[in-house]
Design a protein around this ligand. Structure first.
Ligand SMILES: [Zn+2]
Length: 100
């Protein structure tokens, strides 16, 4: 029965990771599998996974749209984006420090 116990533990790790991933706007199934295959570390990764609105942003040189720093393509005009030297503060940081 020891094998069954391990499977149950892995299942709950997967479930927890999946729920955390889903809350953060990612795929439930993806984080379910990561956390189930790599228990503890997978779950930890899901918990540490970036919050979308904590991401640094930058402006597309083609159309001026503000996109996430890690985006390789502008979602509006399709311009290929180099990794920028200047980033715009994340949405969370902007909310925390209202413009003077
Ligand atoms: Zn653009």
């Amino acid at each position: 029965m020891e094998g069954m116990g391990l499977l149950v533990i892995l299942f709950f790790f997967g479930l927890a990771g999946g729920i955390v991933g889903r809350i953060k706007g990612s795929s439930f199934l993806l984080w379910f599998m990561i956390s189930g295959l790599i228990p503890f570390f997978g779950l930890l990764t899901a918990i540490c996974y970036r919050w979308e609105d904590r991401e640094l942003r930058r402006q597309c040189p083609g159309c001026g749209r503000v996109v996430k720093l890690h985006d390789a393509l502008c979602t509006r005009c399709g311009t290929e984006l180099e990794f920028p030297s200047v980033a715009i503060a994340s949405e969370a940081a902007t909310r925390a420090r209202p413009a003077a």
